[in-house]
Design a protein around this ligand. Sequence first.
Ligand code: PEP
Length: 256
Amino acid sequence: MRKPLVAGNWKMNGSRESVSALLNGLNSGIAQTGGEELTGKVDIAVFPPSIYVQQVADVLASSTISWGLQNICAEEKGAFTGEVSVSMAQDFSCTMVLAGHSERRSLFGEVDADVAVKVERAGKAGLIPVLCVGETLEEREADKTMEVVSRQVKAVLNHVDAAALEKLVIAYEPVWAIGTGLTATPEQAQEVHASIRQLLVEHDADMATRTRILYGGSVKGSNAAEIFAGPDVDGGLVGGASLSVQDFLSICRAAD
Ligand code: PEP
């Protein structure tokens, strides 16, 4: 039985003040509505901009909410100006990292091989790598969704050994649905998730059973429950709506 995960990707948003308000709001919202009941059933995580991770670690120290970085460097340490390493993430008690978010791929030129190394580094260090995959609108319209998604997933499966994939999470995020207000229908989401699960089965059946596959792309309180109802949908990666306490908590409850 896979425990659903709902994770908020704050992207490059926030200030010390808004981070404090958001985290305190989440903590008290969870406590008020039978906190343990919710977090017993759903794992909740946030991905702040890295400069706020100390603040997040302080506020969430005794909370059940986990935190991680939106990106890590493929290298371990050294002359990589502006980058942050896996061991630095661990120094601030991060337990997760995103790898290969579509904005990293399209705006910062990350390719499958880079993403595979990042997943490997995170997995080997014992973190939960959240591998993001998804097709553009052009690719969907050309019927290439599974070709693209399968290439992105296999690049990781073929590069990283089983031990480093132990905690892998995959987030299926159709690029055309990210930040656009458009969402995949529950049927479209389930279809791609089932195909990803099948790829995992062909690679390693045990891994296929335990790997959580999240949906991301304009998830809101109003559409989360129907998307999460798919048998292969194990929660969500949430961008815009994760910046609102009410919206994010209602998405967390929908995953319960
Ligand atoms: C994301 O950035 O991972 C995302 C899913 O964003 P949004 O929910 O805003 O579409």
